[in-house]
Design a protein around this ligand. Structure first.
Ligand code: HEC
Length: 133
């Protein structure tokens, strides 16, 4: 009996370590006005390269090199994340969700946060390639 409990606990630990079933916090939603904001850099996709540098410096430790999400951090490739507007992602990066482990990055200058949003869209392409193969 103890062994069964142990195996179950191990399975739960392994599953949560992979975070394959990331579900955004339903209470953590950008206000409509913030979600409707457009990325002022939308016409400058080349600036995503700067977003990549910022991501490596500030985000990979939790979200991983391809945004796949380590431990409890969100898998940023998932449609449930990618289907959100630029404004909503910008708002989440700015405010964070400290109760669930996502820090606020309001200290990063505004345009650089928009650069991060540009870069996050690259993860969507990774996801598409994955499903096509
Ligand atoms: C200390 C770990 C940590 C760091 C560093 C971190 N994140 Fe997160 N992030 C999280 C966690 C945990 C969540 C999930 C929060 C939740 O469950 O609501 C998250 C959620 C997110 C989401 C929202 C996903 C959704 O549910 O809609 C975005 C976007 C995001 N992070 C982007 C970033 C970016 C960009 C950076 C770097 C500037 C960053 N994160 C740095 C831990 C981190």
């Amino acid at each position: 009996m103890t062994r069964i409990i142990f195996v179950c606990m191990l399975a739960v630990a392994l599953i949560s370590a992979q975070n394959t079933h990331y579900q955004p916090d339903a209470n953590w939603r950008a206000p409509d006005e913030a979600a409707a904001k457009e990325n002022p850099l939308a016409e400058k996709p080349e600036l995503a390269a700067g977003g990549k540098k910022l991501f490596k410096r500030n985000c990979v430790e939790c979200h991983g090199d391809s945004g796949q999400g380590l431990k409890k951090a969100a898998d940023l490739q998932l449609p449930i994340v990618q289907n959100q507007s630029d404004g909503a992602l910008f708002w989440k990066i700015t405010n964070g969700n400290p109760d669930r482990g996502m820090p606020s990055f309001s200290g990063i200058p505004e345009l650089q946060r928009w650069q991060l949003v540009l870069y996050l869209r690259k993860f969507k392409q990774i996801d598409t390639e994955k499903t096509q193969n």
